[in-house]
Design a protein around this ligand. Structure first.
Ligand code: COI
Length: 354
């Protein structure tokens, strides 16, 4: 990594840290003292700066507001006993950000801008990293068009930012999900594999309809036949069937989750058979009926490993075994948590020390 970006720092005059109740953190409502901003003009990234966290100004004609030309990432940082910040797989998020950027016609963010920006910001707000069990510092990098133009064309001006949020659990209980066979999250050739804002915006209404019926989230099915399972809400979805880990194979309508990949690598490390393949709704429902599917969980940065309590389909709720009986998902949740917090060796080289 080459040091090419001079980062200017404007410190907050008064930290808000003393006002935060770290024993009772919600998800995504509390933000640290500082944020990083970089502008892209005339074909180059410039004026990389850290400023006090606060509102930004944006042209009302920005394509990010009108056409959703905006992408984001999610990562987490933890603090070890020596007070060092540990960030989980940041280079994988950087690579995925740039895959999303290509799809949404946004410029690449260079590795040194992403990593130096992150490091400088985290060093400044290090004391905001919670050390309460179940909590972490959620890192939200995002990139959007900053043109002032409401025609449709590739933009020329962009903004890259990173904000930080100390968070508690995304789901505080095992989740109830239902299989969605009417609405579609993503289709072949679309933007489903990218972390594009609009993928999530378009999911809010169908998810709300499910929430009105008592579920937390949906399990999305493919946009062509609604026959194959794809993702669950903000997470990838994984099952244990006859002692094998099964999960939908990646395609361009499924996000290549970094937690998903970490779970697969852990399972293989433990010599557990892993099948990345198409999983039909029929196979899933049959497996729940005959109890050959013994575990179901979502995997995501925000949600970590979210146990699925039940799956609703065509008016019937299919219950999974009690959480305490789920050997694999409990083991992988704990093992990943130990690695992320620096409490266990990191055989995969996932943890980045800042
Ligand atoms: C994440 O897990 O980091 C996500 O991006 C989920 C988010 C939409 C809350």
């Amino acid at each position: 990594m080459v040091a090419t970006h001079k980062i200017s720092i404007h410190n907050t005059p008064a930290s808000r840290l003393p006002s935060v109740d770290f024993s009772n953190l919600p998800f995504g409502k509390v933000y640290t003292d500082h944020m990083l901003i970089a502008d892209y003009h005339h074909g180059a990234w410039q004026s990389v700066r850290i400023v006090p966290y606060g509102h930004i100004s944006i042209s009302p004609a920005s394509p990010a507001l009108h056409y959703g030309q905006s992408i984001f990432e999610g990562m987490k940082a933890y603090r070890n006993e020596r007070g060092e910040a540990l960030v989980f797989r940041p280079l994988d998020n950087w690579k995925r950000l740039n895959r999303s950027a290509e799809r949404m016609c946004l410029p690449e963010v260079p590795e040194e801008l992403f990593m130096q920006g992150l490091q400088t910001l985290i060093e400044l707000d290090r004391n905001w990293i919670p050390d309460v069990p179940g909590s972490s510092l959620y890192i939200r990098p995002f990139l959007f068009s900053a043109d002032e133009y409401i025609g449709i064309r590739p933009s020329e001006n962009f903004t890259f930012m990173i904000i930080l949020s100390p968070v508690g659990p995304y789901y505080s209980t095992p989740v109830k999900v239902c299989i969605e066979t009417h609405f579609t999250r993503a289709v072949r050739g679309g933007t489903g594999y990218a972390k594009a804002g609009g993928n999530y915006g378009g999911a809010i209404y169908p998810a709300k309809l499910a929430q009105d019926r008592g579920y937390h989230q949906l399990i999305w099915t493919d946009g062509i036949e609604h026959k194959y399972v794809e993702e669950s809400g903000t997470m990838n979805v994984m099952f244990v069937k006859e002692n094998s880990l099964i999960t939908p194979a990646l395609n361009d309508s499924i996000l290549a989750g970094i937690t998903r990949d970490s779970v697969i690598q852990m399972a293989r490390y433990w010599n557990m058979p892993v099948e990345e393949r198409k999983i039909s709704v029929e196979e899933l429902i049959n497996g729940l009926r005959d109890h050959s599917i013994t575990e179901a969980f979502g995997a995501g940065t925000a949600a970590t490993i979210a146990h699925i309590e039940l799956i609703g389909y065509e008016g019937t709720d299919y219950h999974l075994p009690p959480v305490e009986k789920r050997d694999f998902s409990n083991r992988v949740l704990l093992a990943l948590d130990e690695i992320k917090r620096g409490h266990a060796p990191d055989p995969f080289g996932w943890v980045h020390l800042f």
